[in-house]
Every structure is written in C-alpha cells, then in structure tokens.
Design a protein around this ligand. Structure first.
Ligand code: SF4
Length: 358
C-alpha cells in the first residue's frame, strides 16, 4: 500500500511570545552541599565542584549562596518546528513535526560543533525569552506537532526544564524526544526515561582519545547511557559524525558497530553524518562521500540492519530498506518522506518486522 506521509522541507520559525515576567531562578536537581557553601553537581559525569558565586563547566548552573541554580530554566534561545527527520529520527513517527527547543549551554566542547554560538555561550550572551513548560506544550499542540524535541544544544544542562516540559507533554498526549551527547549520569537519565520516548545519541567516535582531544569528554559514560536507554525501553538511534582523518579508521568503525549490535541490537538505526568545516575545525575537509559509504558498508557487514548516510540530501542511503527482502519501505529526499512499503510496522512486501515507532 502506498501512503504519502508528508512533504516538509521548510522550517517554520515560532515567534517567541511577548516577554512575560522573568521566571524565578530554579534550584538545580542533582547536587550535594559541601562545606563553606561549596556545592558538587552530579548531573553529568564532569562532577563540577563549584564555589559560591561560580558556575559549572556548562556555564548554566551557578552556585548562589550555597544553592545550585539552573540559570537557563524557562529561557529558550531557540524554538522551531522541525521535521522529525532533522533530529535525525528515521524510525520514529516519520513525516511528523517536532516542536524543537534549546537553551544555551553544553557540558562538552566539541571542536566541530554546528551550534557553538549557543552551545558554548553563557546565558547573558544570547537573547532568550521566558517560556514556561505550559507555554511550550501549548505552542506544540497549537502547531500540530506530535512531539517535543530537546535539541540543538545539550539538553542535559537544562534538565529541570526538559523534565517539567516532558511531564506536561505526556499529560497532553504528546511524545518527548531528545538529541543528546549522552554525557549524563545514571540517576538523572533514569528519571528522564520515565517521560522520554526516543533519543538520538551522538556517538562521536569510538576511542577515549578522540573524546578527550576533540570533545573534552569521555566515551565510557556515553556507552553506559546508551545501555540505560535501551534497558528503559526508550527508542534509540545513533548519530556518528564522520571526520576524515580523525575518527574514520575502519577498525574503530567496526568496533563501534560491533558494540552497538551486541549492546543495543542489530536493528538500532545508525546515521553516519557528513562533516562540513565548522567552528574550530575550519581547516578540516568535508567528509568524502566514499568515506561515509565505506563506514556504511562496514556497519552492514557487522550485521547492523538500518544504516544511513546523513547531510547528503538525495543519496540512496537516506532510504529505509527491508533487511530481509531489501525493498525500500521508506523513501526520503532530505526531509521529504514517503512511506511506500510499510504496513503496520512490517515490510509490505515480505512481512519482516521493521523496528520503530510508526
Ligand atoms: S551539568 Fe554542568 S555543572 Fe553539572 S557537572 Fe555537568 S558540566 Fe558541571
């Protein structure tokens, strides 16, 4: 059965509502009070110890008189209606729209960051507007979105805002999705999972050296987060931004794909994404298409069933193919989607189950 889903190439910008009263600063979750008004944040593996008057590494959590405050709570700097494919999610409500929001801040410093102007900013650097969780949910409903997406920057650092929106969105019958670096501790992640329907996690490379050198982070906590998301029944997709000469060694890609198959299952969608020169890596070359195709071949060879190439609109590797009969079941060109061979979550040609939320 041929069913046209949605053709949506245009991004809609949501005008911020008129500025309301500034929201009171929110006390952060997940921190300990130490002596002399010093606090220790344990929201993410960085574990910042923050003296009075100072902020954590992410710049949005500040020690105010011994109380850790979430400075970006209720202060989005971006709110857009995006195709869900842009997150990217290819196996989650294809063709639907996601109300996408971000505040400033991040707990990593990736040298290739596409959104560094907001992810690496302080709250006072970027104009934000006050929007309550109710404002966000109402805006999402009004605009016909089926989900709310926490994206663009790192949602972990606006955890309290994300959690409150997610709770309210669930009550309103909406889904919650995030695109995250996965650099978050177990306790907050499990709490979030109660309301989270899908997560696309950046698995930036498959060595501690790469994470340390290029992202100022660590690989092991990200792998643990992926296992937790899988245990908690959250739909997981993975994005790997391939940088030629940095993280594209075939052996590393192979190891990564094997880990995904063994820990998350062979039907986990994986997106190899093309890098374009950005931020601190302006001198690096755009990823050659052959490098991405080689990564995809390795992943398929390791038994992964749904392997995509991203950031090259029109490439065949944007389509979803049935792993059994190899028919195209979803065709994509950029963010245009047509579901051509899916029936009740199964391949319409051979009946093979296709993992996803359809
Ligand atoms: S969330 Fe921010 S303040 Fe807390 S540990 Fe991570 S980087 Fe530090």
């Amino acid at each position: 059965m041929r069913k046209s889903l949605l053709i949506l190439c245009v991004l809609f910008f949501i005008p911020f509502p008129s500025v309301g009263a500034q929201q009171p600063v929110k006390e952060a979750a997940f921190y300990d009070k130490l002596r002399n008004s010093i606090v220790r944040c344990f929201l993410c593996p960085r574990g910042c110890v923050i003296p009075e008057g100072k902020r954590g590494y992410c710049r949005v959590r500040e020690n105010r008189k011994g109380v850790l405050s979430a400075l970006s709570y209720g202060q989005p700097v971006a709110a857009h209606i995006d195709p869900i494919e842009k997150k990217p999610f290819f196996h989650f409500l294809p063709g639907s729209r996601a109300f996408s929001i971000a505040t400033v801040g991040c707990n990593l410093k990736c040298m290739f960051c596409q959104n560094w102007e907001i992810s690496q900013a302080k709250p006072e650097d970027v104009e934000a507007r006050s929007m309550t969780a109710d404002d966000i949910v109402a805006g999402a409903k009004r605009s016909g979105c089926r989900s709310i997406a926490f994206t663009y920057t790192e949602p972990t650092v606006f955890f309290e805002y994300m959690l409150e929106i997610s709770q309210k969105a669930r009550l309103a019958g909406m889904r919650n999705v995030m695109h995250s670096n996965g650099f978050i501790n177990e306790e907050p992640l499990r709490r979030l999972c109660k309301y989270l329907d899908a997560a696309n996690i950046d698995l930036k490379g498959f060595s501690e050296g790469y994470y340390a050198r290029i992202c100022d982070g660590a690989l092991a906590p990200v792998l643990r987060s992926l296992q937790i998301l899988e245990e908690e029944g959250v739909h997981v997709e993975i994005t790997n931004l391939v940088l030629s000469g940095y993280n594209d060694e075939p052996e590393k890609i192979k190891k990564m794909c094997r880990w995904i198959r063994e820990n998350l299952g062979p039907d986990t969608p994986v997106h190899f994404s093309r890098f374009y020169p950005m931020y601190k890596l302006l001198a690096a070359i755009p990823t050659p298409v052959e490098t991405l195709e080689r990564a995809r071949t390795i992943a398929l060879g390791e038994g992964l069933k749904y392997v995509y190439i991203g950031n090259i609109p029109g490439i065949e590797a944007e389509n979803t193919y049935c792993p059994k009969c190899h028919s195209a079941v979803i065709k994509r060109v950029g963010y245009s989607v047509s579901e051509i061979g899916l029936a009740g979550g199964k391949c319409a040609y051979c009946g093979e189950e296709i993992r996803g939320v359809w």
